[in-house]
Ligand binder design. Sequence first.
Ligand SMILES: Nc1nc2c(ncn2[C@@H]2O[C@H](COP(=O)(O)OP(=O)(O)O)[C@@H](O)[C@H]2O)c(=O)[nH]1
Ligand SMILES: Nc1ncnc2c1ncn2[C@@H]1O[C@H](COP(=O)(O)OP(=O)(O)O)[C@@H](O)[C@H]1O
Length: 223
Amino acid sequence: MVLQRIFRAVIMGPPGSGKGTVSARITKSFGLTHLSSGDILRANINAKTELGLLMKSCIDQGQLVPDDVMSRLILSDLRTLGQSSWLLDGFPRTVSQAEALDDTYSVDTVINLNVPFQTIKQRLTSRWTHLPSGRVYNIDFNPPKVPGLDDVTGEPLAQRDDDTPETVTRRLKSYETQTEPVLEYYRSKGVLETFSGTETNKIWPHVEAFLHRRLTSVNQKVA
Ligand SMILES: Nc1nc2c(ncn2[C@@H]2O[C@H](COP(=O)(O)OP(=O)(O)O)[C@@H](O)[C@H]2O)c(=O)[nH]1
Ligand SMILES: Nc1ncnc2c1ncn2[C@@H]1O[C@H](COP(=O)(O)OP(=O)(O)O)[C@@H](O)[C@H]1O
């Protein structure tokens, strides 16, 4: 679908709820530019930038990066996207970040993946990531064609340092205390759309149908 105005979306959900997996499908079907805060942070760690080195221990301990650092980083990346429609994944994770985003952009829709914590814990310990692109695989759900290698580039896959059972527990706790209030924030603005389930393949058709309706109505309003 060709969009006739800029569309701004956020995808939310606990760690491991399938944000990256669903974002890749949204990008493919609707052409929104995907911006993932976790991918940006890991690229900084990989490139050993000052920011990456400072933030690594925070991330490895399952703690959130400070709001001011994160908001500055994401808002400056959003500026470089110019006139593109976008899908933000992993940001905002606190109400203060949501307010910082609101100061500059009005968010059209927030897709919330509501997946039980028990389902998530099993997934994350079998997640394999192609760090340069953020493509994710799973030994059970979507294994790479060649074990241990990325389907597109053939480069090696890695397990994230923060996908250990102890760190996952800490990340889920921080999600409950710091990120769940963001859902309330967007609910009160009338832009939150929640999709519940335990399997991405069952959730996805609902997300796809919702976005199709939403984007069609945006285009009709412009026309
Ligand atoms: N078993 C199973 N694994 C899934 C499903 N959906 C996604 N995954 C895997 O679960 C892990 C977490 O998904 P990801 O998209 O990275 O979630 P995010 O942390 O919210 O971005 C990855 O290894 C995915 O391949 C599913 O329906 N079933
Ligand atoms: N918006 C954010 N605010 C603070 N910290 C963040 C943010 N986004 C990512 N991080 C840090 O990066 C880690 C990994 O994020 P991410 O890749 O989005 O995790 P997941 O895909 O498992 O939800 C987080 O646990 C946190 O330490």
